[in-house]
Design a protein around this ligand. Structure first.
Ligand code: PMP
Length: 358
């Protein structure tokens, strides 16, 4: 029996994906080997690799101005690769909305890049997305679309003439996006689109051009990934295989509009319980900036009840609800693969718990 898994990442995978991977783990489509046991340069793996890329582009409907690149090193390696490849000696601007933007800013600073923080919500424990504008002439403008720990999410991306870079690790493939304003959208895929070991970026070709003449080691250089179809060295073949299955699963669900509809309904269920609990629960994020992916809240009635909530939830088959150590409290991550029914079960548990302990 599988539990209801509300972990923030690595997180739940669709049953269909796990079952298909299991079926083919020992003997890949009757070939007599698993996908992990063959060359990344052979036809069989290349089919998986290129099909995954093509499905990912199809889901987001990106045009030929963009390429998709696969990396190892997680989203965290991109925190360093972005300034290395994309800074032109001018200012690189950031909106600081949580731990993950702070880490991205830190990496740029280590590299001696001229970083400018245009706004921050740190003073109120990152409970909202601040109002701000980026300059029109920055080398790039950087945001994190969904703040996994604090449970805030941009409803609209800022308009700027500077190339907009988005860390979408925790709302990757969760909704359609208008790419017209975006120079790079990237993330680790282990929350909404696969397993750890693979990070992926949609990157506009002019950004790849920027890296071409830079003196950067090959494995850190976007143009090297682009020129080699992300096969410059041995990639994380199994993670790419699972990503392929996830892309197929998303297409079978009806694509990103359909998944987004589901995601909205799921999040509404939980926020409704929080808002109608007469102060028993309190959401961390300001209402207008609430995340559809990570619902972070406290038991305001009595914080000592939080570990009891986590324990009793586990006894009821729900895991991964303990908040991040920085923020504490409770966090329910309700990514793409968590069904409406599972979120309904959690909402019923929250109602029951509030009645029991009020
Ligand atoms: N950005 C965001 C928004 C994240 O949530 C995380 C991981 N929780 C990261 C970046 C770092 O990702 P990775 O562990 O893949 O480096």
């Amino acid at each position: 029996m599988r539990v209801m898994n509300f972990s923030a990442g690595p997180s739940n995978l669709p049953d269909e994906v796990l079952k298909e991977a299991k079926e083919n783990l020992f003997d890949y489509h009757g070939k007599g080997f698993s996908i992990m046991e063959i060359s990344h340069r052979g036809k069989i793996f290349e089919e998986v690799h290129f099909e995954a890329m093509q499905m990912a582009k199809k889901l987001y409907e990106v045009n030929d101005d963009y390429e998709i690149l696969f990396f190892q090193g997680g989203a965290s390696l991109q925190f360093a690769m972005i300034p290395m490849n994309l800074n032109l000696g001018g200012a690189c601007e950031f909106a600081n909305t949580g731990v993950w933007t702070k880490k991205a800013i830190k990496e740029a600073q280590i590299l001696g890049v001229n970083t400018k923080i245009v706004a921050s919500s740190e003073e109120s424990s990152f409970d909202h997305i601040p109002d701000f504008t980026f300059s029109d002439d920055a080398d790039y403008a950087y945001i994190c679309s969904n703040n996994t720990i604090y449970g805030t999410q941009y409803k609209k991306y800022p308009k700027t003439k500077s190339p907009l870079i988005i860390d979408a690790s925790s709302d990757f493939f969760s909704k359609k996006i208008d790419f017209s304003n975006i120079a790079m959208l990237f993330g680790g895929v282990q929350k909404n689109a696969g397993i750890s070991g693979l990070a992926c970026a949609f990157i506009r070709k002019d950004m790849i051009e920027r890296s071409k003449n830079k003196n950067i080691p090959s494995m850190l250089k976007y143009s090297v990934y682009s020129e080699n179809d992300s096969l410059f060295n041995t990639p994380a073949t199994f993670a790419i295989y699972i990503f392929n299955l996830e892309m197929k699963w998303l297409l079978n669900q009806g694509g990103l509009d359909k998944i987004n509809e589901q995601n909205i309904k799921k999040a509404q269920l939980l926020y409704k319980i929080i808002d109608e609990s007469n102060g028993f629960y309190k959401g961390h994020a300001k209402k207008e900036d609430r995340s559809l992916m990570n619902v972070s809240f406290n038991i305001a009635h009595d914080k000592n009840l939080e570990p009891i909530f986590v324990k009793e939830a586990e006894e009821n088959g729900m895991i991964g609800l303990k908040g991040h150590k920085i923020l504490g409290g409770i966090r329910a991550s309700i990514y793409n693969s968590i069904s409406f029914e599972k979120v309904k079960k959690l909402s019923e548990f929250m109602e029951y718990f509030a009645k029991k302990y009020v």
